[in-house]
Design a protein around this ligand. Structure first.
Ligand SMILES: NC(=O)c1ccc[n+]([C@@H]2O[C@H](COP(=O)([O-])OP(=O)(O)OC[C@H]3O[C@@H](n4cnc5c(N)ncnc54)[C@H](O)[C@@H]3O)[C@@H](O)[C@H]2O)c1
Length: 254
């Protein structure tokens, strides 16, 4: 049985990723700063193999503890899904150094530390894969998200570099770059008045938000596609492909 470590598994995309891999027959290690008891009980209750370790992924001690946990309980890691992240929406000129550093610590340093700690197990075996959850905000600028966007651009850079550096030793690294997804993160951001449903739906060629299932399917593909390495795959309903203006796009919808 193959083992996947999923960060940010307590809710949103990570929860659905964990459920998707479990249903596909993988052993799943749940990771999050929040308690994971409910999802762990759900998965083991349904007969799946799962374990959990909560902690803050920006803490190097947590990365080491998670690597030990996986080695002890599952014999190593086949796939790491670096999904956990935090949103941060503030005009660039108002971001404090502490705020900037926290976003970087969670969204970029955390995935690096976990890639390093769990990647060592993969490199020792000569096989494995990492899938990072970046964002369309890792491929282009979005106003009022300087810290978040810089962290996601960094994650895209880390993805490409690990793909180049570890590919020859059997470890692939790819990323998904989702558009806006209906999750707790989105509810909180929208609750702050940052954007509306219509803002997103009007901008996306497929005329809807992503679902967590849309993202989980792409992650499972990248985790298991043996010759795909270094790809930062937009899962955005066509957002990146479309340079039209909104009125023109809306005309095509009839
Ligand atoms: N929701 C969107 O519209 C959207 C769009 C593009 C990319 N993303 C990215 O997708 C990923 C998942 O987002 P989501 O929408 O499910 O968000 P979410 O807020 O619903 O879930 C994120 C999870 O990460 C966990 N987490 C936060 N800080 C942590 C830390 N320091 N250590 C460990 N775990 C921590 C949270 O507890 C939570 O369970 C994130 O990386 C996010 O940036 C989200």
């Amino acid at each position: 049985m193959q083992t996947v470590v999923v960060t940010g598994a307590a809710q949103g995309v990570g929860k659905v990723v964990a459920q998707t891999f479990a249903q596909a027959g993988w052993a799943v290690v749940l990771a999050d700063i929040q308690p994971l008891d409910a999802l762990l009980a759900e998965l083991t209750g349904a007969g799946h193999t799962a374990s959990a370790l909560s902690g803050d992924q920006s803490d190097p001690a947590y990365a080491a503890a998670l690597a030990d946990h996986v080695a002890q309980h599952h014999g190593g890691t086949d796939v790491l899904v670096n999904n956990a992240g935090i949103s941060f929406i503030t005009p660039a000129e108002q971001i404090s150094l502490d705020q900037w550093q926290r976003v970087m610590a969670v969204n970029l340093t955390g995935p690096f530390l976990l890639s390093q700690a769990l990647g060592q197990q993969m490199l020792a075996r000569g096989s494995g894969a990492i899938v990072n959850v970046a964002s369309v905000a890792g491929l282009g600028g979005v106003i009022h998200r300087a810290a978040y966007n810089a962290s996601k651009h960094g994650l895209v850079g880390l993805t490409r570099t690990l793909a180049a550096e570890w590919g020859g030793r059997g470890v692939r690294c790819n990323a998904v770059c989702p558009g806006w997804i209906k999750t707790e993160m989105d509810a909180k951001d929208m609750g702050s008045g940052a954007y509306t449903d219509a803002d997103i739906v009007n901008r996306v060629p497929l005329a809807r938000f992503a679902s967590p299932e849309d993202i989980a399917g792409a992650i499972l593909f990248l985790a298991t596609a043996p010759f795909v390495n270094g790809v930062c795959l937009p899962v955005d309903g066509g957002w990146n492909a479309d340079s039209s203006w909104d009125a023109l796009r809306l005309k095509t919808r009839g």
